[in-house]
Design a protein around this ligand. Structure first.
Ligand SMILES: *Cc1c(COP(=O)(O)O)cnc(C)c1O
Length: 390
């Protein structure tokens, strides 16, 4: 009998689970060992070889979630990103990267690549033509991130995958913002999918981890470098991450719903100047997002009217906390100008369309009414201050 393909929440809760043969417990046992007897000459278990029982089990779950043949788990999102990039680039090679990518990835490229003799180009936009325009004879990798941070720009997955195939280039995506719940880039032909598992996979703001999923062949290539670089994740955190992913489907779907509610509410608010959310029909890439995403995600950005004090607003929020990271079950906000994008020049921020007062909103799983009430009371504080000033 043909095995039925499992649905999202079943994969989250069951796939890759280790069996507790001794006590028949309902959860995966945790194996913290760093020393194992040789099974045969090819299987030497060791945490930095990415092949302890818990690592192997969780990798199966992540591969299933991303419709991939294989996966590896890393000690951070950046370990996953740096290892994947370096596995496919050597001196003399060139990479095309999307105009706007995660700050850590941007720093890795501009601060480190030159000394390895790797050249790079950033695109001028998010369209396939913008990527094609930067391809050179020695281009080996195209790197995208969609939705992007903080303006939620959307890159067309299929168009970029087709372009990469046409030129024999490996395509990679940072799929962190969407999570595997909302977007499976491999279905559109993208080769390698990377996650900062610190975000939606972890989901509780208490785990730092990364993951990569792709074909067996590509994962072997990444593994060969990974074991030398040594960016594996401790088995205890692997085990915690497995527990977190069990609820990822329901968490992220709740966050999708809340983010859409917040986006609709903010979009219709007289004190709000702009809202960036791919689930809004007003978003310039809404149609592409609809085509390639199953949900529009829990991240959005917005700007208050220019005469409203954005930092006063953020300080006045009571339930929604200012925080650097994102994707937790609790709602958080941050100012890209003061935090994630503070190292960019004012000119570069302007070029990227990031207004000084822009607020990035990571929407959690609280009741939407409570989030709206919190925003309303903070806006009221800002309004009062404005009246006092005149
Ligand atoms: C956080 C993040 C990363 C880096 O992940 P770490 O786990 O902090 O190393 C990469 N990409 C995106 C989109 C992120 O949000």
């Amino acid at each position: 009998m043909k095995e039925q393909k499992k649905g999202l929440n079943t994969i989250c809760t069951h796939v890759g689970q280790l069996e507790d043969k001794e006590f028949k417990g309902a959860i995966s046992p945790l194996y913290m060992g760093t020393a194992y007897a040789f099974e045969d000459i090819d299987v030497k278990r060791y945490p930095r070889y990415f092949n302890t029982p818990n690592q192997v089990a969780l990798a199966k779950k992540i591969a299933a979630l991303e419709h991939a043949e294989a996966a590896l788990i890393f000690g951070s999102g950046m370990a996953a990103i740096s290892t994947s990039l370096m596995a496919f680039l050597k001196a003399g090679d060139h990479i095309v990267l999307q105009k706007i990518i995660y700050g850590g990835t941007y720093n890795l490229v501009v601060e480190e690549f030159e000394k390895f003799g790797i050249s790079y180009s950033f695109t001028d936009g998010f369209k396939a033509e913008d990527f094609e325009a930067k391809i050179q004879e020695n281009t080996k990798v195209i790197y995208i991130e969609t939705p992007s941070n903080p303006l939620l720009n959307i890159t067309d997955l299929k168009a970029v995958a087709d372009l990469s195939k046409k030129h024999g280039i490996v395509s990679m995506i940072d799929n962190t913002f969407a999570s595997p719940v909302n977007q499976n880039p491999i279905d559109f032909g993208i080769d390698i999918v990377i996650h900062s598992a610190t975000k939606y996979m972890g989901g509780h703001s208490d785990i730092c981890a990364g993951a990569v999923a792709s074909t067996e062949e590509y994962m072997q290539r990444i593994f060969h470098l990974a074991k030398n670089l040594g960016g594996s994740l401790s088995d205890y955190t692997v085990w915690l991450l497995e527990r977190s992913i069990k609820t990822m489907g329901i968490r992220v779907k709740a966050q999708n719903g809340n983010a859409q509610r917040m986006a609709d509410y903010l979009y219709n608010h007289k004190d709000i100047a702009a809202v960036y959310y791919p689930g809004l029909p007003s978003h310039p890439d809404h149609d592409i997002a609809k085509k390639q995403m199953k949900g529009f995600g829990g991240m959005l950005s917005f700007e208050l009217n220019t005469d409203f004090n954005s930092s006063k607003f953020q300080k006045s929020l009571k339930l929604i906390k200012p925080a650097m990271s994102l994707a937790g079950v609790e709602s958080t906000v941050l100012s890209p100008t003061l935090t994630s994008h503070s190292l960019l020049s004012a000119e570069e921020r302007k070029r990227q369309g990031i207004a000084d007062g822009l607020i990035r909103f990571s929407v959690g799983i609280e009741e939407a009414e409570d989030l709206i009430a919190d925003i309303e009371q903070a806006l009221e504080m800002v309004r009062k201050e404005k009246e006092l000033a005149v």
